[in-house]
Design a binder for this molecule. Structure first.
Ligand SMILES: O=C(O)CCC(=O)C(=O)O
Ligand SMILES: [Fe+2]
Length: 279
């Protein structure tokens, strides 16, 4: 129910005029929140153009279209975020159990922000979670798409896990262990979960980050249809150090990893954001 309301609210947001959306434009050097205009972000260094626009809900200094521009965008997105958080809490517990960690709540304890108010600018438990509404516009007949244009270039997500909600248009593909791209065909009432870089580092590759992309569909009808999705990228608290955890499933590094200063969740995510926005 709240998911279909979110799709309708997202559609209404992306239909707003460019002038209205520009008022809420994201400046990635200052904040992770706001409207990302088409072409502003490239998820792969060799990307030519990525045909999509997004609205990121992130950080604790947030702004939204006013109620006369859009009646319920904020309300609906906050609901989706809260539902995403409670599902994530369960998945973090399952991760701890699946790895048979000594403390199976380890990942939850690294995410104290789950229990704090993300809308409060005074909140000191910062994190890089991001609820992203995404719109891939239809490819117009007369648009000369530069060769190599995709909807979303191949990449891994930067965080622990991502919840992905897609409509029925399709185009999302994931790379399997044999290096073959396979379509992640939408299944009604299903949320797809992607593993991200932080989980890969934490488990020293036991849970590799899924490489994925969104291609422009070959079928004419799908090409001429806009696609909507939501990604809820879930990160631990910013200061969390990321190093291989002790578990019988996690291979021990043989490169003296314990001696080196582990990267924090924040540092890793920011390095990836900087390269995607080229600043
Ligand atoms: O739209 C999708 O299905 C995928 C989006 C995605 O992978 C991303 O924004 O990181
Ligand atoms: Fe992704």
């Amino acid at each position: 129910m709240y998911i279909s309301a979110a799709f309708s609210a997202s559609e209404a947001f992306f239909k707003l005029s460019e002038a209205t959306k520009s008022k809420y434009k994201k400046n990635p050097e200052i904040s992770s929140h706001g409207w990302v205009q088409p072409g502003q972000e490239l998820l792969h260094p060799n990307s030519v153009f990525e045909l999509r626009e997004c609205f990121d809900i992130a950080g604790n200094e947030r702004f939204y279209p006013t109620p006369d521009e859009h009646t319920n965008f904020r309300e609906v997105m906050e609901k989706l975020e809260n539902e995403g958080k409670s599902l994530m809490r369960k998945l973090l517990k399952l991760l701890g159990l699946s790895l048979e960690l000594e403390d199976t709540d380890y990942f939850i304890k690294c995410s104290r922000h789950l229990d704090s108010d993300s809308n409060n600018p005074q909140n000191t438990i910062t994190n890089e979670c991001d609820l992203r509404a995404i719109y891939y516009p239809p490819i117009p007949h007369d648009l000369q798409v530069p060769p190599g244009t995709v909807r979303c270039a191949q990449h891994t997500d930067y965080e622990i896990l991502t919840l992905l909600f897609q409509d029925d248009v399709g185009g999302l593909e994931v790379k399997d262990v044999n290096g073959k791209w396979i379509p992640a065909t939408p299944i009604p009432n299903t949320i797809l979960v992607n593993t991200g870089d932080l989980l890969q580092f934490w488990t020293n590759g036991y849970y590799p980050a899924t490489l994925h992309r969104v291609v422009i569909p070959e079928k004419e009808i799908q090409k001429r249809t806009g696609r909507y999705s939501f990604a809820y990228f879930f990160a631990p608290d910013d200061k969390t150090p990321i190093f291989p955890l002790k578990s019988k499933f996690i291979p021990i590094s043989d490169n003296g990893q314990e001696d080196t200063q582990p990267i924090t969740a924040y540092q890793h995510i920011m390095n990836r954001v900087k390269s995607a926005y080229q600043y």
